[in-house]
Design a protein around this ligand. Structure first.
Ligand code: SF4
Length: 288
């Protein structure tokens, strides 16, 4: 049906449909599932996302390694003090992204979207936008289908693996999925969604994957916090009418080439970046 962004856009324009509607039609055809079952399945995904985004806001969720945890609670408390630099929405989004990352590091239930390491970004973006615009559960579910469609294109034409393409492929893909989704959720056109998705990838192109001690904790959780802000900023840029000079498909291809050009030490091996700092090495020795 479609493999690239321009093919997806063509279908949206020809059929006068949203990205989510095209993705749903494709899923129904390919998986042979009725509409109701597809929606019910995605509702389960949404429920898990909401749970992981909220569960570490008011209680410390510590990782299995005991290396990280409690930061979501700190940011939530800071936000509630009402004197943040970035304001309530940004801080709330960061807290929720951290929450899912902490649930992941504690072996709790999350939705890999597109991966476990980047699982905090999409849920936080969907929730914060639905809260601000008072959107329905159905609109959130449709947003997740849009995100899924964008993620599938990135996975098919590039990679969503930190081991293959660095953190740009994980947190970048998650932010692109989130930006495209929230743009549609607030009434943006399909083309606008792809501009937002392009910005999210462009904004962190080249970001390396360097988890300390090889654990998906530090700096991963922080990159989820900044990743959701990347999605929000990218969506606002696109909704303001700013356009990506380079089309989405070419941005995806560029991201893949950058990932391939990265040395192995910067692709989830924990041999470079912050993982290879004296402190990173010391933590690795202590934990492992
Ligand atoms: S640093 Fe690597 S392991 Fe951590 S979130 Fe990014 S891609 Fe995933």
């Amino acid at each position: 049906m479609y493999n690239k962004g321009n093919e997806l856009l063509k279908l949206c324009n020809e059929q006068n449909k949203k990205i989510s509607e095209i993705v749903i039609a494709k899923e129904m055809a390919e998986r042979g599932l009725p509409y109701e079952e597809l929606i019910d399945n995605m509702k389960l995904v949404l429920d898990t996302m909401i749970s992981s985004s909220k569960s570490a806001l008011n209680k410390e969720v510590i990782s299995v390694s005991k290396l990280t945890g409690g930061d979501a609670k700190k940011v939530e408390k800071y936000k509630n003090m009402g004197n943040t630099i970035c304001g309530e929405i940004i801080n709330s989004a960061m807290a929720m992204a951290l929450s899912t990352s902490e649930v992941n590091a504690s072996m709790g239930k999350i939705v890999a979207a597109p991966t476990a390491g980047a699982s905090g970004i999409l849920p936080s973006a969907i929730i914060i936008v639905s809260e601000k615009y008072n959107l329905s559960e159905k609109e959130m579910i449709y947003g997740l289908f849009t995100a899924g469609g964008i993620g599938e294109i990135i996975a098919k034409n590039a990679t969503i693996s930190g081991a293959e393409g660095g953190c740009q492929a994980e947190c970048g893909a998650a932010a692109a999925m989130a930006a495209g989704a929230i743009i549609e959720m607030i009434g943006g056109e399909p083309e606008t969604s792809l501009h937002g998705a392009s910005f999210a990838l462009l904004n962190i192109m080249g970001l390396v994957c360097d988890p300390v001690a090889g654990l998906v904790e530090f700096p991963c959780a922080l990159r989820n916090a900044s990743g959701v802000i990347n999605a929000l900023v990218s969506a606002d840029l696109a909704m303001a009418g700013v356009k990506s000079m380079v089309p989405f498909d070419e941005v995806v291809e560029a991201m893949y080439k950058v990932g391939k050009a990265m040395p192995e030490s910067l692709r989830e091996t924990a041999l470079g970046g912050v993982a290879a700092t004296p402190t990173g090495e010391d933590i690795k020795r202590r934990i492992l």
